[in-house]
Design a protein around this ligand. Structure first.
Ligand SMILES: Cc1ncc(C[n+]2csc(CCOP(=O)(O)OP(=O)(O)O)c2C)c(N)n1
Ligand SMILES: [Mg+2]
Length: 926
């Protein structure tokens, strides 16, 4: 019987290869064990040593039977038994610092390792030459050599054996390439004959004639090549998780036939420090996404220096991923180390491997074999003995796992065969591998863009590139003849795997569905009934979901906010998507609108994650290209947590040529009452202006929203335009009027005259501009102004951002075509015959109306909600931000005073009559 507390950590964690203790030793035990053992009487120590041996021999016997499952079950039983007997077992989420796959379990690399090595060397060379040449011509143009240099094997094994193109059955793998490795991906496409030498020459010179290559993966810039933007660190990881989940969604909902395609994401180890990178990994495990494989290139370095100088990033990541329920495959050591580890009977080598911190490992990478012998192996005579037959040179060349195709192949093979959980491959490499003195393993390597002649010569020789000494200084691109064994091999492999990767193509049929019947009712208004634009939107969505042709294609996405927007009826109507259906009786089962989860549920109820929801939006909004399916995502969220919170993901969506509708719910700094500073959004429309393919609108009425959404579906899914929409929807309820005749065009362009002044002949005139819920305040101001003898027309401005873009487009065209009839901006056309002063009010920052001032026949006075929100009711908020009807009227009178059409006394009287405190604090700064 073992004394309590002395159970070896071998029983603690899941069985990996050799043992389970983090530092990899069994014989010696932990320092605590040693102390206890030393303190124990000699016969006790002997007894324990005997026990240890017997138990290990028993275990060896079971291991030798060859059934690893049996070993796992046995250890699990022992672990359980120990726990039940009151033995506290320390928890450890890490295994020893050795490979997860034992050499005995490996299969040989199919195909020719030698030809693959030569192909990889050519990719290495051309990727490096691309950056070096670009920087010779344009100093400072940038580019990265060291990232691909460390990851070449990780990619090449994928290209030769795993990544499936869309050619075979139209359903290839989805691969997120690490952004900084793009030169290597271009180099491979060059060998495949997909990119010319001229394009390579124009790396980072996209504007040159003949076309260039974008610095990083950007579908916007290279729409036939790149599928997914990845270079903003942390976004590819989260996007890949939701992409893998969305693939399941499409299959479970019968929008796509089941497939065995995989989602691969290649990440940097430094990248995993981004919160988005690891923030959603538990979802992948929970959803059992065995179609997802991450490969983390653990070169132990990021831009400035080591990722975990004083620790071990691989062990850190292993703990995090195992804790989250992923399958973790560590590929740390190359085959060169196998014989050494095979001799490591007492675990001394594994222990040594586990105790070196990454900063030190980096030092070994740049040092000589003699240094390694002295400092790594020199810590224990048994280690020195192990390597005594190795020369220093051989020691230096001991390869790491991520540079060994056999190790990488076996890791990928196991990853693709793993069922029921996602896999992460943690592959150890050297940053700048092959760059030698120019940067291999050095802290400066990430930024290294140049190689001198001697560096180039060493690189050439190390990888056997057939370039002569005479030519070497030029760093020319090298592509062997088309019928060379290398290129034949490349072609044959890609053909067998279904064509090239990456390759983006749009194979979807344009939707042709008449939707008038869906939207008709909204053009009629709500009569006496009050409604909010959010309620209107939800009704539209419900109707769209019921439409025969496109109902199934609608993908509603909510981040735990459906009830906030009154969407709970949809739970029951179309169900919440869950791969496993509903395994419980929902607490509200007996109600009409119960919380229904279903395998074919349509709503993506993402929980409280705008980043995750946005990733789903991207997956659904790019399915037209990725899967050839026209899914139409509607992602509705608390507007303040959109552009402001996940703006970079929206940028990635824009780059991805996403299509769909973002709906900023509870929008407007004064329309959302009560919630205060954090929630009240006056910012999003301003941000939206900077997203070139995002069309944003601030609709006030049901018919405006209907026109915009109907036209959006036409543009995106019928005309196949790569644009997307940001629409504000509010929670203030008011009567929705019927659509005025001839307003459709203006609604889409950004403004139309809603209500002309009753007395067009009045001497005092004004033009008032209102948007969203504030339009009603502007209409009320029209009435107030009448009492001061001012006749005002009211305009509904649905989109300042569209008016702004149109104004600049006209101005630019006119600048470049001075002799032709000038184009007139739409806003100018609207106001040409509109007399009087101009005042605009919206629930957003004043910069929006200010932005179109330039094309208005007169200057505009803008009212808006610059400043921090407050917890208050609507009336108080609108007074505080000075956007209520009274302020619109006073602003109009102030403009008329400036124009000397009225005296100051009129304005003063109005301020007094309307009960405005002239000395109230300025909301913009309070
Ligand atoms: C969000 C974001 N922040 C910063 C950067 C700048 N950046 C580019 S590469 C890099 C270091 C990458 O290190 P790692 O992820 O380990 O990749 P490696 O090149 O080592 O494979 C940084 C900080 C970026 N691209 N994205
Ligand atoms: Mg790194």
């Amino acid at each position: 019987m073992l004394p309590r507390g002395l159970v070896s950590s071998v029983f603690v964690c899941g069985l990996q290869w050799k043992d389970c203790s983090p530092s990899g030793f069994l014989e010696d035990g932990s320092p605590e064990e040693k102390t206890m053992r030393n303190a124990a009487p000699k016969d006790n120590a002997e007894l324990e040593a005997l026990e240890q041996r017997e138990w290990r021999e028993s275990l060896d016997y079971v291991i030798q039977q060859g059934d690893r499952g049996r070993v796992q079950r046995l250890l699990a039983t022992l672990r359980h038994h120990a726990r039940m007997s009151g033995v506290a077992l320390p928890f450890s989420a890490v295994t020893a610092y050795v490979n997860s796959i034992h050499p005995d379990e490996e299969t040989p690399l199919p195909g020719s390792q030698e030809i693959e090595r030569r192909i990889k060397s050519l990719c290495r060379w051309n990727a490096m030459a691309m950056v070096v040449r670009a920087n010779r011509v344009s100093d400072g143009i940038g580019g990265h050599i060291s990232t691909y240099a460390s990851a070449a094997t990780l990619y090449e094994v994928g290209f030769n054996h795993f990544f499936r193109g869309k050619g075979r059955d139209g359903d290839g793998d989805i691969v997120y390439f690490q952004g900084h490795a793009s030169p290597g991906i271009y180099a491979r496409a060059f060998l495949e004959g997909r990119l010319s030498a001229e394009r390579l020459e124009n790396f980072r010179h996209e504007l040159r004639s003949g076309g260039g290559l974008s610095s990083y993966p950007h579908p916007w810039l290279m729409p036939d090549f790149w599928e997914f933007p990845t270079v903003s660190m942390g976004l590819a990881p989260i996007m890949s998780i939701y992409q893998a989940r969305f693939n399941r969604y499409l299959e479970d909902r019968n929008l796509k036939k089941p497939s065995s395609s995989k989602v691969w994401a290649f990440l940097g180890d430094g990248e995993t420090d981004e919160p988005e990178a690891l923030g959603a990994i538990s979802l992948a495990a929970r959803e059992k996404l065995d179609n997802l494989i991450w490969v983390i290139n653990c070169n132990l370095q990021r831009l400035d220096g080591p990722v975990r100088g004083n620790g071990q990033i691989i062990q850190d990541l292993e703990a995090v991923f195992r804790g989250a329920g992923w399958n973790v495959i560590k590929v740390i050591w190359g085959s060169d180390w196998d014989p050494l580890l095979a001799k490591d009977h007492d675990g001394v080598l594994a222990k040594r491997m586990g105790e070196i911190v990454d900063g030190q490992y980096q030092k070994y990478a740049v040092e000589s074999g003699a240094y390694l012998r002295e400092h790594f192996f020199g810590s224990d005579p048994r280690l020195l003995e192990m390597v005594k037959h190795f020369s220093d040179d051989q020691l230096k060349r001991l390869r790491l796992g991520g540079h060994d195709p056999v190790k990488v192949f076996n890791a990928y093979k196991r990853a693709t065969e793993t069922k029921g959980l996602p896999t992460v491959v943690l592959a150890r490499t050297i940053k700048g591998y092959g760059m030698g003195e120019a940067g291999e393993g050095k802290n400066v390597t990430h930024q290294q863009k140049k190689m001198n002649e001697s560096d180039l010569r060493s690189f050439r020789t190390r990888f056997g590139i057939p370039i002569s000494d005479a030519q070497i200084a030029e760093a020319p691109f090298y592509r062997p003849a088309d019928d060379s064994p290398e290129l034949q091999y490349v072609r044959e492999r890609r053909k067998a795997l279904g064509g090239s990767v990456p390759a983006r193509s749009v194979r979807v049929e344009p939707l042709k569905v008449p939707l008038d019947s869906v939207f008709e009712e909204f053009y009629k208004g709500t009569g006496d009934r009050k409604a909010s634009t959010t309620m209107v939107f939800v009704r539209m969505l419900s109707k769209l979901l019921r439409e025969k042709e496109i109902g199934d294609l609608i993908v509603p996405i909510v981040p735990d906010e459906a009830r906030t927007f009154g969407m709970e009826a949809l739970f029951r109507a179309v169900g919440i998507y869950s791969h496993v259906g509903q395994r419980y009786e929902p607490v509200d089962m007996d109600t009409l609108l119960y919380y229904k989860e279903a395998t074919d549920g349509q709503i993506l109820e993402e929980g409280i994650t705008e980043a995750g929801s946005m990733s789903s939006f991207i997956a659904a909004g790019t399915a037209y290209a990725t899967h050839g399916v026209n899914t139409i995502p509607f992602f509705i969220y608390y507007s303040m947590f959109g552009f402001q919170r996940v703006g970079d993901l929206i940028w990635a969506a824009a780059d991805s040529r996403v299509r769909g509708f973002l709906l900023g719910g509870t929008s407007g700094r004064t329309t959302l009452a009560g919630e205060g500073l954090q929630h009240q959004d006056g910012n999003s429309l301003v941000y939206s202006l900077c997203y070139p393919n995002c069309l944003s609108y601030d609709a006030a009425y049901a018919y405006e929203l209907a026109v915009i959404i109907q036209d959006g579906i036409r543009r995106m899914y019928q005309e196949q335009e790569s644009v997307f929409y940001y629409l504000t929807v509010m929670n203030e309820q008011y009567m929705m009027p019927p659509m005025p005749p001839d307003s459709r065009d203006g609604i889409l362009k950004g403004m139309y005259r809603l209500k002309a002044a009753s007395n067009q002949q009045a001497p005092l005139r004004a033009q008032l501009f209102g948007s969203g819920a504030i339009l009603n305040e502007v209409l009320a101001a029209q009435g107030i102004l009448e009492t001061y003898g001012v006749a005002a027309d009211v305009w509904s401005v649905t989109s300042y951002t569209q008016l702004y873009r149109d104004g600049h487009a006209c101005e630019r065209w006119n600048m470049l075509h001075p002799a032709e009839t000038p184009r007139v901006p739409y806003v100018t056309q609207c106001l040409r015959d509109a007399p009087g002063v101009y005042v605009a009010a919206s629930d957003y920052c004043k910069v929006l109306p200010d932005s179109i001032d330039r094309w208005m026949p007169r200057k505009i006075r803008s009212l808006g909600t610059d400043g921090f929100g407050r917890s208050e009711d609507r009336a108080a908020l609108r007074e505080f931000f000075e956007v209520d009807a009274r302020f619109v009227a006073i602003a109009t009178l102030a403009e008329l005073l400036e124009e000397r059409q009225i005296g100051a006394d009129v304005v003063s009287r109005a301020i007094k009559d309307l009960g405005v405190n002239a000395d109230k604090p300025n909301p913009a700064v309070s």
